[in-house]
Design a protein around this ligand. Structure first.
Ligand code: NAD
Ligand code: ZN
Ligand code: ZN
Length: 389
């Protein structure tokens, strides 16, 4: 079959690879009908995450049709149409039973690597480094889905791929980031990053009843998309984020702050970002935490900081004194996708939210390398790419 394969920094190729096969009775093989490129894939493309190996099939946002089912799988049957969450979950361990799916204790077949890096294992993920199991990803014609009797979400034929595809990652990610803020009607929610995740944070914050939603980025068409969803925009290249947030909140600061940027933050006019880039290049720091620093200063005392943005390793010069002395609450994590999918699928069916608004480009999987470049450099107004095998 054909798949997008990681060969190194900025080097994704459309290669011929062996077809996946059933390896365990709970598995299923899915024929991918649509897949997408995520901001998290860019961290691999830019080679900021450790644990990638040449030849790894990438991609963790995908859906399709069930082609084959293992003999112990009683949930799926051939022909079912499913969205596959990026988190592989067993459904039985202590964490899964509590709904903490992204830290499932059993699905990471390289738990040894994760434990060394993080102190404990986390869940297996599709197409996302050997630290999370080295599972083949979904930017491919076919995918083997392990533990396929738990996470895959069956979707009705009345909804298009474009309407349901993002149930597997970025829609619940934006939703969880906001839900973890426990929104009150008096809240100002400030969201750093107007990428696809930031866009869904905006929609969630509006739906969950925030008083005011503010979004920070520097890409005009991303800011406009967020404004169309009900947000006030701050372009961090044109104005001071801290001053403007102060103006919008009577000098108090936003009660709820969301980092939808992660470890590749950009900054202008700031000395810390120059130092971060140098340190990252010299491997003295794995991640660039400019947004975290800004958030910890901006957030109102006793406020909540929610961090869906991905960090991989070590960060430097983070003002933890502000976190402690201002009594901030930090909520973060890879998304516990299946915690939210029933509710979000219902909201899509009822027409409360149509996630397809975020798609700006649709192309062929064969042109994957081109679309990675387009998405990374935000060329041609690119916000979200959907690929068809
Ligand atoms: P993206 O790269 O398209 O968007 C990031 C946005 O941040 C860009 O528009 C960029 O211009 C903006 N940005 C950069 N520096 C900034 C700054 N200093 N201030 C404000 N904005 C800034 O990515 P995405 O797909 O929207 O994903 C966003 C983050 O969420 C990534 O780190 C991704 O890995 C992460 N993510 C996490 C989960 C999870 O389970 N927690 C799931 C999906 C994505
Ligand atoms: Zn993702
Ligand atoms: Zn589990």
């Amino acid at each position: 079959m054909k798949a997008l394969v990681w060969h190194g920094k900025n080097d994704i190729r459309y290669d011929t690879v062996p077809d996946p096969t059933i390896e365990d009775g709970r598995d299923a093989i899915i024929k991918v009908t649509s897949c997408a490129i995520c901001g998290s894939d860019l961290h691999l493309y830019d080679h900021f995450m450790v644990g990638m190996e040449k030849g790894d099939i990438v991609g963790h946002e995908f859906m399709g049709e069930v082609m084959e089912v293992g003999r112990d799988n009683r949930k799926l049957k051939v022909g079912d149409r499913v969205v596959v969450p990026f988190t592989i979950v067993c459904g039985e361990c202590d964490q899964c039973r509590r709904g903490n799916f992204s830290v499932c204790e059993r699905t990471n077949r390289r738990a040894d690597l994760a434990s060394k890096m993080f102190g404990h294992t986390t869940a297996g993920l599709f197409g996302y480094t050997h630290l999370t199991g080295g599972y083949a990803g979904g930017q491919a014609e076919y995918v083997r889905v392990p533990y396929a009797d738990v996470a895959p979400v069956k979707v009705p034929d009345s909804l298009t791929d474009e309407q349901v595809l993002f149930l597997g990652d970025i829609l619940p990610t934006g939703w969880q980031a906001v839900a973890q803020c426990d929104i009150e009607p008096t809240d100002t929610v400030a969201i750093w990053g107007a990428g696809p995740v930031g866009q869904f944070c905006v929609r969630a914050a509006v739906l969950l009843g925030a008083k005011q939603v503010v979004v920070i980025d520097r890409v005009p068409e991303r800011l406009s998309m967020a404004v169309a969803g009900g947000a006030i925009a701050i372009n961090f290249e044109e104005e001071s984020v801290l001053e403007r947030l102060g103006d919008l909140t009577d000098g108090k600061g936003p009660e709820k702050c969301i980092d939808a940027v992660g470890l590749e933050a950009h900054a202008t006019r700031s000395i810390d970002s120059v130092v971060d880039r140098a340190k990252q290049a010299m491997m003295l720091e794995t991640d660039r935490p400019h947004v975290l620093r800004e958030i910890f200063y901006a957030c109102r005392p006793a406020g909540t900081v929610s961090i869906p943005g991905v960090y991989g390793g070590l960060i430097d010069k983070v003002p933890f004194g502000a976190v402690m002395n201002k009594s901030l609450t930090i909520r973060t994590g890879q998304t516990h996708v299946n915690r939210w999918t029933d509710d979000l699928l219902r909201r899509i069916e009822e027409g409360q939210i149509d996630p397809s608004f975020v798609i700006t480009h649709t192309g062929s999987l064969a042109d994957g390398a081109h679309y990675y470049d387009l998405f990374k450099h935000k060329k041609d107004g690119c916000v979200k790419v959907v690929l068809k095998p």
